[in-house]
Design a protein around this ligand. Structure first.
Ligand code: ATP
Ligand code: MG
Length: 463
């Protein structure tokens, strides 16, 4: 087949060929090319060992755990080109990492150790002429090497393990998360035997470092199909291991006489995720929406009247959110956002609230999370069978914008202490702060706007 690749890639291939080594394009790049998608991550495999590669590319960076060398791409947005020596792997005694990595002798050995058939394809670029063009892209002739029917699985949109799925997942349990992540990213399904093997091996995921699990989980959530991804996550029994608190929300009823809920807590949560994803791409916001009601199972009360209540579920939910964030090694920034979204998701949009109540709400949620919590609310509403919005919610949004025009603290005033000292002719001291506070109060009471000229005029009056 004919194919366009970056000229820089062709030059790399050419150098290997000239030094008499085999080299192939492998992994996600081949999959993406065959699916007609653009490639942003090029991986290569070769029979040259790392020390030999470093002779050809002395400036490359070298990761000596896996014997991969990296070469920066000239194209913006592309990850570095990674070239790895053929490998075979033996003896995964702890479901985590190979006891030893050995260089393989053939391409076949290398493809056999890869996770899924659609990832075990290789491309041999057959017309190595020294590329001289200055163009970023070059057209070349390529041959597909497909030892495990990967092309047929791409057509069927299937994720299928290479070889025996049980063996492959017990060798490396992270592959189970990868299966779901790639399915969610590509909109593929997981082949039946491969999926059954995830069910059987799900508990092994606990052997994998939480950082790597978090990475895959957030990629599932950030994908174009987070709802389908989380459904696979639940049905494969991995949710029970990684987010057991979430698993417990399924089947918890919340339908009360005269109340709006039509789904159990878990189903409602999943649908909330589905709808929030139409508005918001941030995986932390999507996860917060999924787990916003996570404390409902532990706050569930059924009154004699038949009414079901979940008092304080947002407070306890936020505590659980923190626990999940710690467990999955979220950064402090991610954890803060995650916590606040869950903690304040029950916000009231009552039109009788005062401006200062709205300002308090903004302070609690954090200005940077304000749009996100409104998206969460939209997901929550749609996921509960309500309309997307209400006139109250729309009014509330307008008021949020209005109250932001007012300063939040004395520091937001359009004049500073220096202005006060200069105009009033007073030295630094508590008096300066008192005057600023007085002006701030007057702005909040809407006696004047937070405009520099208005504030200076007012200072002159106070002189
Ligand atoms: P993308 O880069 O688009 O996320 P990818 O398939 O290239 O997808 P990488 O993580 O870059 O994923 O891995 C490159 C290749 O290495 C994969 O296509 C697969 O062949 C192999 N691979 C990665 N992780 C594993 C694993 N845990 N077990 C077996 N093979 C793996
Ligand atoms: Mg890749």
């Amino acid at each position: 087949m004919k194919l366009e690749i970056p000229t820089q890639v062709a030059k790399i291939l050419d150098k290997f060929e000239k030094a008499n080594y085999e080299i192939y394009i492998v992994g996600g790049a081949v999959r993406d090319i065959l699916m007609g998608k653009s490639v942003y991550d090029w991986d290569f495999t070769t029979n040259a060992t790392p020390d030999k590669m470093l002779k050809i590319f002395p400036d490359a960076f070298y990761d000596n755990v896996f014997g991969t060398i990296g070469i920066s791409s000239d194209i913006e947005g592309e990850r570095p080109y990674e070239i790895t020596t053929f490998r075979t792997e033996h003896g995964y005694s702890d479901a985590r990492r190979p006891d030893k990595v050995e260089w393989g002798k053939t391409l076949e050995e290398d493809l056999k150790r890869r996770d899924f058939t659609i990832n075990a394809l290789a491309l041999d670029i057959t017309d190595h002429r020294s590329p001289t063009t200055d163009h970023t892209l070059i057209t070349v002739e390529a041959k597909i090497i497909d030892l495990f029917n990967g092309q047929s699985d791409i057509k069927k949109r299937l994720i299928r393990a290479v070889g025996d799925p049980n063996e492959r997942f017990s060798e490396d349990a992270l592959r189970m998360m990868r299966a779901i992540r790639i399915a969610a990213e590509l909109g593929f399904t997981i082949e039946e035997k491969t999926f059954e093997a995830i069910n059987v091996n799900a508990t092994l995921i606990n052997k994998i470092s939480k950082e790597r699990v978090k990475d895959e989980l957030l990629k599932i959530l950030a994908s174009p199909n987070p709802y389908d991804g989380m459904l696979l996550f639940k049905n494969s029994l991995l949710m029970q291991e990684i987010l057991p608190e979430m698993e417990k929300t399924f089947g918890v009823e919340q339908k009360s006489p005269g109340r709006h809920h039509i789904y159990d807590v878990g189903t409602h949560s999943m649908l909330s995720l589905k709808y929030v994803a139409e508005k918001n791409k941030n995986p932390i916001v999507r996860l917060a929406t999924l787990i916003h009601d996570i404390a409902k199972p532990i706050t569930f009360k059924k009154l004699e009247t038949g009414t079901i209540t979940f008092y304080n579920h947002e407070i306890l939910g936020a505590i659980i959110a923190k626990r999940i964030a710690d467990r999955l090694r979220f950064s402090n920034k991610e954890k803060d956002k995650f916590y606040r979204l869950v903690r304040w998701h029950q916000f009231s949009v009552d039109e009788h609230q005062t401006d200062s109540a709205l300002r308090r709400f903004i302070r609690r949620v954090g200005l940077e999370n304000l749009a996100d919590i409104l998206d969460l609310r939209t997901g929550d509403r749609l996921g509960g069978g309500a309309r997307e919005t209400s006139w109250r919610l729309e009014e509330f949004k307008k008021r949020l914008i209005e109250v932001q025009k007012q300063p939040f603290t004395v520091h937001d005033l359009k004049i500073k202490g220096n202005d006060v000292m200069e105009i009033m002719g007073i030295p630094p001291g508590p008096k300066v702060g008192e005057i600023l506070q007085k002006l701030f109060d007057e702005v909040v009471e809407k006696k004047m706007d937070n405009e520099r000229s208005d504030l200076l005029k007012r200072l002159n009056e106070l002189k």
